[in-house]
Design a protein around this ligand. Structure first.
Ligand code: MG
Length: 174
């Protein structure tokens, strides 16, 4: 297995930061929802945050398996509040679109370098995962847009959001 190039190593370390920031952002959104008496949304965002930590861990593991040096970078402070649940989910979707762009950038570098271990060993999985992430966040946003400011609808949707179960993805190597 070839060594990770300097360029790919740098971008993978940056991706650990991006994924941990994602967790940070979603935990902050979770607190926003809990404070706003929407515990189902809060629970959903907490599960989302947990999942992001596993994403960071997947890059962490890959770097180490390739004999690379993990370098943890500083994590920025997310904003602390949103105007509405819809505004929070709009931000979540925009953030996932940004992450998809990052993954595609990593894939492009791996392909340009002929790094098949990075492409098949980790990045393929993330390309698929990002499709799911955008779809799942987008579905919640569609429902929020459908109910608009209807309080009954929001109450029902909150109940639905509470049913999300976080399970560790077996593709994550610990
Ligand atoms: Mg992620």
């Amino acid at each position: 297995m070839p060594e990770l190039s300097k360029k790919l190593l740098k971008e993978m370390n940056k991706q650990i930061q991006e994924e941990i920031y994602s967790a940070y952002l979603y935990y902050q959104m979770s607190a926003y929802f809990e404070n706003g008496n929407l515990p189902g949304f809060g629970h959903w965002m907490r599960a989302q945050g947990m999942e992001e930590v596993t994403h960071a861990q997947k890059f962490f593991t890959h770097i180490l398996e390739r004999g690379g040096k993990v370098e943890l970078l500083a994590i920025a402070k997310p904003q602390t509040t949103w105007d509405s649940p819809t505004a929070a989910f709009e931000d979540a979707l925009a953030h996932e679109v940004h992450i998809t762009g990052r993954i595609h950038k990593l894939m492009k570098i791996a392909r340009d370098e002929g790094d098949f271990a990075a492409e098949m060993g980790i990045l393929n999985w993330f390309v698929d995962e990002q499709i799911e992430e955008e779809v799942s966040v987008g579905e919640v946003l569609d429902k929020l847009n459908l109910i608009e400011d209807n309080k009954n609808g929001l109450y029902m949707l909150d109940k639905e959001m509470a049913s999300r179960i976080f399970t560790l993805n077996p593709a994550i190597t610990w």
